[in-house]
Design a protein around this ligand. Sequence first.
Ligand code: TRP
Length: 460
Amino acid sequence: MDTGRSSSNHNESDVTMSETQRPHWGSKMGFILAAAGSAIGLGNIWRFPYITQQNGGGIFVIVYLLAVLFIGLPVMLGEITIGRHTQRNPVGAYGRIAPGWRFVGALGIISGLGILSYYSVVAGWTIGYAVKSIGGSLDPNGFGAFLGDWRQQIGYLAAFSLLTSFVVASGVQAGIERMARVLMPLLFLLMLGLIIRGLTLPTAGAGLKFYLMPDVDKLTTKTFLFAVGQAFFSLSLGMGAMLTYGAYLKKEDNLVTCAVAVVALDTLIALMAGFLIFPVIGHGLHKGGPSLVFVTMIAQFSHMTGGTVTAILFFVLLALAALTSTVSLMEVFISYLIDEWHMRRLSAVVLTGTLSFALGVPSALSLGAVPSLTHIIHGKGFLDIFDFAFGNLALTLGGLLMCIVLIYRWGFRHAADEVLGSSPKFRPFAQTWKILLQYVAPVAIAGLLIYCLVTGTGLS
Ligand code: TRP
């Protein structure tokens, strides 16, 4: 059955050795929390609300839910299934199910490193702002100066990279899983508290209307593409992050409940983020982008009772959400170095942490500190270009290739067997899953890819 093994480059003793030593999640719940931690991040709390508002409010929410259900969920199950079956990092995994397609995994781990580098820059801002709110020095007009201050940019990037490295260095169970078990419930409670605080503000009514009022005129093909792009990024799909986490699942864990739970939690938190942000800003949203959280929200906190405490909790919330995401981005490369190069976890972390920090430096300096990095192509700075290349193009291409490899190279039967082995009740849905992976997802993703390439704009 295991067709990949005979054709893999590893000799038998390598395989046996790494298989017995391979770490696993302590429980299925550990996986769900860690994978939800990967999915839930800045994409949910910062990007989802303003993308929704810019794309027609309530109507976008409906399109987004459809994209999540018909594209996100089947691709998520596909990635987790490949991971669990092969018990490998993305490069090794693709090598096993489809010899000659290792490059799909390679594309994944490279884009993971690329995303990690600039995501850590933005994540660094959240610690920066948490520190500022604790020090009582939050200033809505200070964002530009903050971005242009190379010391703070590099300092917070370094701090966040160290934090991520520390968690990943502690291992799958003792590091990633333990962090997720503590941070995810905390994140949920913090969010609930902040939502309740926001709903009691006088701006709440106007904000909610702004968020949810359907604007049907805005419903175009673009709305649909934005929804697919947002779903991909938000669910951490397309570069093997879910594959890597799935590779730490045991044979008896039910893959369908895992995929459904992670998708449901991520979507719940995205929707909740809208209920957190909009009541606070009311009519105050003029433009989205980085300024939504780092300017508009702060302006509101500054004239609200208990604003300082709320601001502290809000930035701590963002930092925690970002940390569980950077950890997953780093773990993909780590699992590659451990599986394929037989590196020790600690050495792999030192190497990856250094690499991602070094790659992040130009992004950190591209927002004002170094003028030549702020406008590279078409007025886009280094960070924007990385986001476009890795966060948009590479992810969608990776997702498309995953569908193709799963259906046409590995064979849907093998994937279905892997799922059915631990979730026999899935049988009546298997055919639907196949149709979604073979036709619906590839067509939607290819449309998105073409749109990104032709217009040069990112959608994730
Ligand atoms: N999903 C995370 C967010 O919404 C970001 C993220 C973590 C990610 N790991 C990923 C995105 C892998 C794409 C691929 O913020």
